[in-house]
Design a protein around this ligand. Structure first.
Ligand SMILES: Nc1ncnc2c1ncn2[C@@H]1O[C@H](COP(=O)(O)OP(=O)(O)OP(=O)(O)O)[C@@H](O)[C@H]1O
Ligand SMILES: [Mg+2]
Length: 361
């Protein structure tokens, strides 16, 4: 087992940029996720860690050992590819055994290890089944067993759930997490699905166009997004453009609209946000932090009166899309506690807690 360090790693393909200046220190036993939209450089970064690509610049280490230009078969990583890359006409057993046969183990040893790996992914009894006779979820587990059977020091998973339907994705998500905790193996997971990343990871690296946007725990990334891209890519949020009107002590007053003046705290600003008076700023507020309040009450900061345009009842929650003014909308989300759901056309008063306002620049 070991951690993985990338020091200022870049990869170009001719003129094209793959990834630029990735600098991360993944700890031993950590579940670390690369998250971002298609084409942002997730697979490229993972392939450099596996050794299928060599960096154009920078250094890769596993623990203290430099690996930058070491070929894949000498890295002891187990990888599940984006499309699984199984051998369709071979059996489950033969697919899982492949990596061990390359390593020239005895027949008996191979049999024991493959059976153990099959058990781990709940595929015992499937040894003689051909891959093309398995469901998508079963194929996914064969790919996982094949990666694990070589007892890798690092597990690399490239969108391993992308071929599964929603329910199976969720089940397999828990399965992968369980295995990772059980084996304590350093795991690097690639996905473009933010819910998957949030629920599984110790830390997440958010990428866009080959560049790292933020590295942090799911909690940090969700609550303190480094910029506007991260705020809107992770979960749902209200993003409003405003102008800084006042800075007093640790409080900032931003005007979104004359009927939406928001007070927040200076420390809730990303490094890209300019808090000087008169500058333009983007404000991010999550729908679930917004509270309903009494429209006659004067006592709140950040109170806003608006009209519901869309009321959406989802069972567990209620979403209200509301108009504050032309071009200024608020989306608010409430847990359903059985009270009456307001309908479109009704008016509603909200209060936005100061500590839940985030300036994303
Ligand atoms: N072998 C290659 N030759 C040229 N360009 C490449 C190559 N591999 C990747 N790229 C380019 O590098 C960028 C990053 O690609 P990458 O496959 O890492 O994206 P990704 O984040 O894994 O996307 P997806 O979610 O679609 O799998 C893209 O612009 C892609 O076109
Ligand atoms: Mg990819």
């Amino acid at each position: 087992m070991s951690g993985v360090t990338l020091e200022h790693v870049s990869k170009t393909f001719g003129e094209a940029k793959g990834v630029e200046n990735v600098h991360i220190d993944i700890k031993q036993g950590e579940f670390f996720t690369f998250l971002g939209p298609s084409g942002c450089g997730k697979t490229t970064t993972l392939r450099m860690i596996a050794g299928f690509y060599y960096p154009s610049q920078g250094i890769i280490r596993f623990g203290d050992m430099e690996m930058t230009n070491v070929p894949p078969h000498k890295r002891n990583t187990g990888m599940v590819f984006q499309n699984y890359a199984l051998f369709p006409h071979m059996t489950v057993f033969e697919n899982i055994a492949f990596g061990l046969q390359v390593r020239k183990m005895s027949k008996q040893q191979i049999k024991e290890k493959v059976e153990q790996a099959q058990k781990l992914v709940h595929l015992d009894g499937y040894s003689d089944r051909r891959i093309d006779q398995l469901s998508g979820g079963q194929q996914q587990r064969v790919a996982l067993a094949r990666a694990l059977v070589i007892e890798p020091s690092i597990l690399l998973l490239d969108e391993p759930l992308s071929n599964l339907d929603a329910k199976l994705r969720e089940e397999t998500r828990y399965e992968i997490k369980r295995l990772q905790l059980e084996l304590g193996i350093t795991t690097i997971y690639v996905t473009h699905d933010q819910a998957e990343a949030m629920s599984m990871s110790d830390r997440i690296m958010v990428m866009q166009s080959g560049e790292v946007q933020q590295i942090g725990t799911p909690h940090e990334i969700y609550n303190k997004p480094a910029n506007r891209f991260v705020a809107s890519f992770i979960g749902e949020t209200n993003i409003w453009e405003g102008i800084v009107r006042e800075v007093t002590g640790n409080e900032v007053l931003v005007e979104i609209h004359q009927s939406l003046m928001l007070k927040g705290y200076v420390e809730n600003a990303s490094s890209s946000a300019d808090l000087s008076v008169g500058s333009k700023i983007a404000v991010s507020v999550r729908p679930e932090v917004i509270e309903q309040c009494n429209s006659n009450s004067e006592e709140y900061d950040n109170k806003v009166q608006c009209e519901i345009t869309v009321s959406e009842f989802n069972g567990a929650s209620v979403n209200y899309m509301c108009n504050v003014a032309e071009n200024v909308q608020i989306k608010a989300m409430f847990i359903n506690q059985g009270s009456r759901v307001k309908q479109s056309g009704e008016s509603i008063a909200f209060q936005i807690p100061k500590e839940s306002i985030y300036f994303v620049g």
